[in-house]
Structure formats: structure tokens, C-alpha cells
Design a protein around this ligand. Structure first.
Ligand SMILES: [Zn+2]
Length: 234
């Protein structure tokens, strides 16, 4: 299946935190968006791998994603090494997306940084026909970075006001991460201490710069090109 957009995350829920509204907006416009989680998040303090898988699929369905895959790389063990690079490159070639999204390159979680680097390298390798010659090379997709915990300089943003309820519905699928049910053996983490509220506040603050109620920001390492400068003011 050819995808328009492929979003990579280290763990299921990364993509939703950063860009669920943007995903929902694109699927509603008829574009095919796929999600790929590099790990099964087996090192997470709360929830089991099986439960997280179910939650991830539920969230993908809420967002109208065409598919969600999991590469089964080791949680806390994402490295820029040959086997992992080959796995991510193969995923890009398999779906030939026009655009790839990866976590921003600075974040307090080292797996997000490692995922960012690995996906960036794989995007480059995906076009090299002598690399993994058994899988046909593709034209390198455009690469944009979304924010999970840290925020850097925002180069582009998407108005996700109309999609915000859907973003919150997708985030709330991850009950094992965000909820702290009384009596359950749940460890306090930043995720279950008002995390959805923090994501909402961040998205409000991002929109503030253009007086948009809710926006998701993105970074790019290469300049964004325009055909002609035109459009509305402010
Ligand atoms: Zn994560």
C-alpha cells in the first residue's frame, strides 16, 4: 500500500501527543496516513505490552489511520546501528510515503532522540539504490519533526482547532499511561500527572502566535519552499 504520510514514534502515543490533530485533519481530507511505532514500549512503568498494543490500535482507529505497524525494536535500546537502520528504511520503502514525520531531535526522553536520528538516516538511505538492493529504492520523502516533551523552534504549524476533540479522544485511549485508577498498582510518572492538560496547554500556546485556538508545531532541517508568497495576513 502506498501511503501519503508515515509517522514514526519510539512508542505508541508519541505521534498522538505531537500531532494527533494533524493526522486527523489529513485522514479526513482523504489522505492515507500510517503510523509506525519502533518499539512495543516494554520498559514502560505502567501497563503491559498487550494492553498498549490494543490502546495503540484504538487510537489509530479514532484518527482514521490507514494502518499502524510496530517494528519490535528494543525499548531503551534504539540505536543507530545496521539492523535497526535497515528495518526503518525497509518500512519507508514498503509504503513509499511522500512525507515522513519523526520526533524532534531534542527531548528529555533519550529514545525520542534516538528515534529522531534513526528515522532521519533511514529517510536518506531509502533513496540509495545500492543500499538494501533487494527492496526497490524510493524518492526520499520530505521529513518533518513533531514535538513530544520538549519544544524547539517551530518552522510550520497546523491549525487543529476543529480536530482537537478527536486528538483528546485518541490520547485518552492510552488509559494505562494517563490514568491513575485508585487501588491499581500504578507508578506516578509525568504521563499520569496532568499530562493531557499539559499537551493541551502547549498546543494552545503554539497557536497563540497566530491567534489560533489550538495548533501543532513542526520543525524542518531544510527550508520550506513556496511557489508564490500569498495568503492571508497575520
Ligand atoms: Zn515516547
Amino acid at each position: 500500500m502506498k501511503l501519503d504520510i508515515l509517522v514514526f514514534g519510539a512508542h505508541a502515543d508519541d505521534a498522538e501527543i505531537g500531532m494527533a490533530g494533524t493526522i486527523a485533519k489529513h485522514t479526513a481530507a482523504g489522505l492515507k496516513v500510517g503510523l509506525c511505532d519502533l518499539t512495543a514500549a516494554e520498559m514502560s512503568s505502567n501497563g503491559t505490552v498487550e494492553r498498549r498494543k490494543q490502546e495503540a490500535q484504538e487510537a489509530a482507529d479514532v484518527l482514521g489511520a490507514a494502518l499502524r505497524t510496530n517494528l519490535g525494536l528494543p525499548d531503551r535500546g534504539i540505536r543507530l546501528e545496521e539492523a535497526q537502520l535497515a528495518a526503518v528504511t525497509a518500512e519507508i520503502r514498503r509504503f513509499a510515503p511522500d512525507i515522513v514525520f519523526a520526533p524532534y531531535w531534542e527531548d528529555r526522553h533519550p529514545d525520542h532522540i534516538a528515534c529522531s536520528k534513526l528515522v532521519e538516516e533511514a529517510v536518506f538511505s531509502s533513496k540509495l539504490r545500492k543500499y538494501l538492493p533487494e527492496l526497490p529504492a524510493v524518492k526520499a520523502p520530505l521529513l518533518y519533526f513533531y514535538f513530544i516533551n520538549d519544544i524547539g523552534r517551530i518552522d510550520l504549524m497546523v491549525d487543529v482547532t476543529a480536530e482537537y476533540a478527536r486528538k483528546e479522544r485518541a490520547l485518552s485511549c492510552y488509559r494505562s499511561q494517563f490514568e491513575k485508577a485508585p487501588g491499581e498498582d500504578v507508578v506516578s510518572t509525568p504521563l499520569n500527572e496532568g499530562y493531557i492538560e499539559r499537551v493541551r496547554s502547549r498546543d494552545m500556546l503554539t497557536g497563540q502566535r497566530k491567534l489560533i485556538p489550538y495548533a501543532e508545531g513542526f520543525a524542518s532541517k531544510i527550508p520550506h519552499t513556496v511557489e508564490l508568497f500569498k495568503g492571508s495576513r497575520a
